[in-house]
Ligand binder design. Structure first.
Ligand SMILES: [Zn+2]
Length: 199
């Protein structure tokens, strides 16, 4: 019996057709992620991705298709550098209102050939930017700026205007915040809050 005859036949033909169906976009995405992230060139466990990180990988997949691991590693490295510079620019402007000191010496360092991080290291004043999400990068870079200010001019920055204690950067479901522990309240960090994870 020819293939056409089988397709027009009973339930068995339907089963055959289902096997040959093209994987859906979601199936193709999840398969690509499961195969590519554990590759030694990336060495990441897909199970540990936050929903925002997974969304970022979805946008990479939709825009570029099934990138091989070494190409995806480059995209991840570039993303971290971009997030680090964007957060540092916003924080320098944020700090300029409070501090007269020039933060120009505070810079982003990147090393694609790190032996510790297969996708490359992106670092600011000892803080490693490992995230792919703007709000999380803002928290990391805020901690770096804070440490830089403490180390170079021996100042606590920023300070809560109400409680007079030093604030700490934290990530909340609604974005990056300066958290005041004694007052149990939070002040937004600059930029990004409420925007798409990949914007
Ligand atoms: Zn406070």
């Amino acid at each position: 019996m020819g293939r056409l005859g089988t397709r027009q036949g009973g339930p068995r033909a339907q089963t055959t057709e289902a096997v040959h169906v093209t994987p859906s976009r979601n199936e193709a995405f999840n398969q690509w992620l499961a195969e590519t992230l554990p590759d030694p060139e990336i060495d990441k466990d897909p199970a540990w991705l936050s929903p925002q990180e997974k969304q970022w990988f979805e946008e990479i997949f939709d825009g570029n298709g099934q990138l091989p691991a070494h190409r995806l590693a480059e995209v991840i490295f570039s993303r971290r550098i971009q997030l680090a510079y964007a957060a540092l620019d916003l924080l320098k402007a944020h700090a300029a209102g409070d501090l007269t000191t020039d933060l120009g010496e505070l810079k982003v360092f990147s090393n694609r050939d790190s032996e510790y991080e297969p996708t490359g290291e992106v670092e600011i004043h000892g803080e490693q930017v490992r995230t792919l999400i703007p709000d999380a990068a803002m928290v990391t870079v805020a901690a770096a700026v804070q440490a830089f200010v403490a180390d170079t001019i021996r100042r606590v920055w920023p300070v809560c205007g109400e409680h007079r204690y030093g604030l700490h950067p934290i990530l909340t479901p609604t974005g990056a915040r300066w958290h005041c522990r004694p007052g149990s309240h939070a002040i937004p960090l600059p930029g990004r809050a409420g925007r798409s994870a990949a914007s």
